[in-house]
Design a protein around this ligand. Structure first.
Ligand code: ADP
Ligand code: ASP
Ligand code: MG
Length: 412
């Protein structure tokens, strides 16, 4: 029988009643003749609560134990979903990541999927089981420890299963009815896209649009998975939601496809470091080793052999970055006068494949921000995106101004 993957995010399994509603959707696809692989997230808010408990217990925690704690939310919903389906007389059972086993790297809290053996689950399908319920977000390291795939990782579990089983489609059920030109919670003018290219979705996701985890888009692109985002609260027809697809399958599109933002950014500045060959390596080596995800980097003009080095990273990695820099200073690898952390910044980005062939997008973006009196602190660009770091209090204003400036409320 053809296989369908259906993933339900946190809000879609937030209560027993919602789990029943999700199970009914699954039941309809079973009736349509599919063997279904259901991927579930933890109930809404659960993972945040678990992360909070870990952080309250230990500032510099053992990531293996973090994973042991935060993976537990999905265990509950997987079991409840299987029970709900069984109550509906649909043959179903649940699998935890380690039972599949979904094999990952040992990068705890940000593990990468390496292999999904299919025999175990396939055998159950062959014996008449119709739904395999899989706990999302988790796997097993080569050392035999539970790993997690990073926040939002259930999307990646879903796409990886769709690829491994050659599923006809991977449907991501969430609390919005598709991918929008920007977060519909920030701008009332956000417009739902019928289709979006993999590359654009990849950029939007990595720049903060949490509707899909970045890695899930990467996998869908690599294995050509038909990926659809749709609402778990509405009745959906064949063409509901947004299809994430190859660029060639999109006829018309705007130069800028969407605006993304990331609230949890911090700007760190090392004041007065020696401007010498190897200084960047001496700074960013220890940061990488400490697991700090450095994003933007700016080295300022040097004066009398000294310079300031600015970088951005997620706010929850600031203390880790500070510790890494203090340690490098104690060892004598670097010398700096001060390390200043500005945790009140946000990143706003515009993304679009059209930028490859269209000049002037950056200038237009900067002008729109100037018109709102928003000061830009750091800028980075790539072929299809431009990002700026600004004061967090202007983030929503900037998103709305850019959405207006590039006419995203209207189709091309
Ligand atoms: P789930 O729990 O189902 O995985 P998430 O909260 O991870 O859901 O992702 C869905 C949310 O992503 C939406 O509620 C929306 O606020 C946010 N979002 C951000 N950018 C976009 C966008 N461009 N299009 C749609 N949703 C977006
Ligand atoms: N529950 C995890 C999280 O909140 C994984 C997911 O929902 O995708 O990050
Ligand atoms: Mg999510």
């Amino acid at each position: 029988m053809p296989v369908l993957v259906m993933k339900f995010g946190g809000t879609s399994v937030a209560t027993l009643d919602r789990i029943r509603r999700a199970a009914k959707r699954v039941g309809r696809e079973v009736a349509n003749g599919y063997d279904v692989i259901v991927i579930v997230s933890a109930m809404a808010g659960k993972t945040n609560e678990l992360v909070g408990w870990v952080e309250e217990t230990a500032t510099f925690f053992d990531a293996r134990e973090y994973d042991a704690v935060v993976s537990s939310g999905e265990q509950v919903t997987a079991g409840l979903m299987a029970l709900t389906l069984q109550e509906m007389e649909i043959p179903a059972r649940s699998w935890q990541g380690w039972q599949v086993p979904l094999k990952t790297s040992s990068a705890h809290s940000a593990a990468r999927i390496e292999e999904i053996p299919t025999d175990n689950i396939q055998q159950k399908f062959d014996e008449g089981m119709r739904v395999a319920v899989i706990a999302g977000f988790q796997g097993l390291s080569p050392e035999g420890r539970i790993t997690t795939l990073g926040r939002g990782g259930s999307d990646t579990t879903a796409v990886a299963f769709a690829a491994a089983f050659g599923a006809e489609r991977c449907d991501i059920y969430t609390d919005v009815d598709g991918v929008y030109t920007t977060d519909p919670r920030i701008s009332g003018k956000a417009r739902k896209l019928e289709k979006i290219a993999f590359e654009e979705m990849l950029e939007l996701a990595s720049l903060g649009a949490k509707v899909l985890q970045t890695r899930s888009v990467e996998l869908a692109m690599r294995y050509n998975v038909r990926l659809r985002v749709l609402s778990s609260f509405e009745d959906n027809n064949e063409n509901a939601g947004t299809l994430v697809c190859a660029e060639e399958d999109i006829v018309e599109s705007n130069v800028v496809a969407g605006v993304a933002y990331s609230r949890d950014e911090a700007k760190m500045t090392l004041i007065s470091v020696a401007d010498r060959p190897g200084i960047a390596a001496a700074i960013f080596g220890p940061l990488a080793e400490a697991g700090v995800n450095v994003d933007m980097i700016v080295q300022n003009i040097s004066e009398e052999g000294r310079t300031d080095m600015t970088f951005s990273c997620p706010t929850d990695q600031v203390s880790r970055a500070e510790r890494a820099m203090e340690e490098a200073k104690e060892k004598g690898d670097i010398n700096f006068h001060d390390l200043v952390a500005d945790t009140d910044v946000a990143k706003v980005s515009v993304v679009g494949i059209g930028m490859r062939s269209h000049a002037g997008v950056a200038a237009q973006m900067f002008r729109a921000l100037k018109d709102e009196n928003i000061n830009i602190k750091v800028i980075t660009t790539s072929e299809i995106k431009i990002s700026v770091l600004i004061d967090r209090k202007y983030m929503e204003l900037a998103v709305q101004a850019l959405h207006d400036e590039f006419g995203l409320d209207r189709a091309a």
